[in-house]
Each structure stands twice: as C-alpha cells, then as structure tokens.
Design a protein around this ligand. Structure first.
Ligand code: 5RP
Length: 234
C-alpha cells in the first residue's frame, strides 16, 4: 500500500465510520417488514440511511423516544412493541462487544427498551466501530437502570463485587430515563462470564435492567474500520 493510500484511509473520522456502518446495516432490513431500531449516535446514522428505504418497509419498532422522533421525522411509521409479535431483525449499537457477541449497552440510557425490542427479535445486528470490540466486557462502566429508592443498596451490592457505582447526572440532577427511573454507571468490573453476571444482577430487587446483553446478545456484528466494514457472525 502506498504512503498516500495509507494516510487517506486512516483519516476517516469516527463519525464517518458510523455513517459507513449505518449504511451497511441496510442489507439486513427485510423489505415488507417492520424493523427493530435501537438508539444512539450510530443508530442515528442507520435511521438516516433507512430513509432511503422507507417505502419498502412497513415501519419500525423503536427503543427510545429520541429514535421514535427521528424515524417519524423521516415519515417512517413507528409501532408500539405490543402491536408486533415478532421482528426478524433488530439493529442497534453498543458500548462494548466481545468476540462472542455479548455486549454492554445503555450509554444512551435506553437499555431497558433496547433489551425488550431485542428480545422480540430473531436476529440482533450490532453496528459499531472497531473501538468497541473488546476481549472482556467491563472497561466501559456498566449502565444499570434502577428504581430510585434502591440506589444505595444496589450501590453496596456492586461494591461487594468490586464495582464502583454512581448515579448518572444530567445538568447536575439524576438523569431520568424514558421509563422514569435512574441510571447507575458501574465502573471497575471485569465481566468474564456475561451470562452469569446478567442473571445475578437482574435478580437484585430494584434493578430494572442491567446493561449487559448476554441473553439478548448479537448474532451479527458489523464492525467499521478504516479498511471497510467487517461482518462477524456469532
Ligand atoms: C443506548 C445504547 C447505544 O447503542 C450505545 O450507547 C452506543 O451508542 P453510540 O452509537 O452513540 O456509541 O446502548 O442506550
């Protein structure tokens, strides 16, 4: 590869990588069907790209108020998840993904609805740039949606596992999710067994959703890098 080619490849910004992978995800959208749509800046690129296919799909089930607004602004019908029994595909980003398709999600505070839509979908297609691929989950603080009255007890439970939990703030106040709850961000965990971790934390009273997606892991990961979009199947 020439010097010039190398430097032109490496100048892709993260925003450009997100655009690339958002467009690549269109190949998984099934014409005539309703598509599951996640949340976040990478998914926003997918939603923009989906605009070009809007006449070929019936609509979308969305995992956040923000994504719903973007979809509707493009003229894409948004269905309540209760109106749709099964989706063939759910497309969403992640904060981390490992080599088996387990993920940390919830950086955008939409983890509960994301897990619900993922659970009603046959195939989870995760769209990320290569910075999100990890050997072991946990460098990114794990988001956990919690009932506010349980914050202190859950914080102590994470401390017993070696994690340091803090309430996510917005404008100096606890961030309130689309579901009216708080988010704890838990740093310092090394999640070597994501299924066991998700099972355990999900049972703690006051936990609404833990942002480890092992039961609803990805079946496909589209990984954007300077050299192009790589497809990983799990
Ligand atoms: C939102 C999420 C997002 O998918 C995750 O935070 C990745 O977001 P981005 O594409 O902006 O990096 O889980 O709750």
């Amino acid at each position: 590869m020439t010097q010039q080619a190398t430097s032109s490849i490496t100048t892709l910004t993260q925003d450009e990588l997100k655009t690339m992978v958002g467009q690549a995800a269109l190949q998984f959208v099934v014409p005539g069907e309703i598509v599951g749509v996640g949340s976040g800046s990478t998914v926003n690129k997918f939603i923009e790209a989906l605009g070009s296919m809007k006449d070929q799909i019936r609509g979308a089930v969305s995992s956040s108020v923000a994504s719903t607004q973007r979809l509707q602004a493009l003229g894409i019908a948004v269905f309540d998840s209760n109106e749709v029994e099964r989706l063939s595909v759910y497309i969403d980003g992640a904060d981390e993904i490992d080599h088996r398709g387990n993920m940390i999600k919830g950086g955008g505070a939409a983890l509960t609805r994301e897990k619900i839509v993922a659970a009603q979908s046959t195939r989870f297609v995760c769209i990320v740039d290569e910075s999100k691929l990890v050997q072991t989950l946990g460098k990114f603080p794990v988001p956990v949606e919690v009932i506010p009255m349980a914050v202190q007890r859950i914080t102590r439970q994470f401390a017993a596992l070696g994690g340091s939990a803090s309430v996510r703030l917005k404008d100096g106040q606890p961030l309130v999710t689309d579901n009216g709850q708080f988010i704890l961000d838990v740093a310092g965990l090394q999640i070597s067994d994501p299924l066991a971790f998700e099972s355990e934390v999900s049972q703690w009273p006051g936990v609404v959703t833990v942002g480890v997606f092992a039961f609803q892991k990805a079946q496909v990961c589209l990984l954007a890098a300077a050299a192009g979009v790589k497809t990983m199947m799990f």
